[in-house]
Design a protein around this ligand. Sequence first.
Ligand SMILES: *[C@@H]1O[C@H](CO)[C@@H](O)[C@H](O)[C@H]1NC(C)=O
Length: 391
Amino acid sequence: MDSNLNLQTILLLFFLVYVVEAQNGVFDITAYGGKDGGDITQAVMDAWKAACAATGAATVLIPKGTYTMNLVNLAGPCKQAQMNFQLEGIVQAPADPAAMDSESWLLFDHVDDLTVFGGGTLDGQGQKAWESNECSKNSKCPQMPANLRLNFVNNGVVHDITSLNSKMIHIMILSANNLTIQHVTITAPSTSINTDGIHIGRSTGVKILDTTIGTGDDCVSVSDGNKDITVSKVTCGPGHGLSIGSLGKYDNEGPVVGVHISDCTLTKTDNGVRIKSWPDSKPGSASDISFENIVMNDVGNPVIIDQAYCPYGGCSQAPSRVKLSNIKIAGIKGTSSTQEAVKIFCSPALPCENVEIGDINLAFSGGAATCTCANTKPTLTGTQVPPVVCT
Ligand SMILES: *[C@@H]1O[C@H](CO)[C@@H](O)[C@H](O)[C@H]1NC(C)=O
């Protein structure tokens, strides 16, 4: 009799838990064994698994607190129309990169209608990884995880989270369709190696909006195969600037079509707005690119198109075979930390076509700022300081 009653009580409890969860659709990791101060790797995966299998909108919640977490792979497709990942807490990765042999730490893979938000922080604890990074010397250097990786995400939003001290790229986006990153904060020291803020690869319809990025590599980098990319109201610095490329390194790179960067402020970055392709490259193309209304504060190479990009030296002198066309540069103002404030070096084999340059007003503190320009005949409107004269 007694044991029967207990069984009934337990069943009732299970039923109530199920009803409560199903009603508000919240899968709190603390209900899956996650504890403040503890390791939540398994709890996050278990909560995701339950949420992904549930019907109705579902939210995985990491509440306020400080946790540790190792590699987590959150895969779809999920059952319901909307998956939410609410990160309120601070989550720390293992400091030792050897404990994380992967190209991603927190991975969302093939998830549609995903929203990641919550005001929390992904802390990659990258110090040790940067110290051991040898990728500039060894092209087969061990992989290091991106703090957040989004692979094949359709109709997603990531907003109001912080990525801190990633071991490598902070936010890596691959093959996304209609994904917005908004109001995100990305922070790492200028000395951190290969820590691009946001890297976008082979995606369509990605928007980076109202975002603050200070890191050790490109703030935003857009590689081959991207279409319809918008970067607006982004502040960048420290970092290596806002970049398209580098293009032409690999066979069969997809064209870049439509990258619009506007209303951004860069402070003390190594470069401003940039397109880069390798010399002696594979064939490729980038078209319909605009850089508009950009403020430069003490920025090196504020405007740079470099089709002989060779950061580690030892490149062939043969021209790049990446074709650049339909490029607009306008409303660029502020200060340059290098005398050559504008550098446009297009491929001697494939001159840049249909380049339009509007107002540029860049000052250099050590004398008059200069411009070099080769292998293109731009249309000039408005005023350019330094003057743009092309050969
Ligand atoms: C893009 O994604 C957002 C967020 O999920 C969604 O609200 C919007 O309808 C999507 N747009 C299209 C064209 O599918």
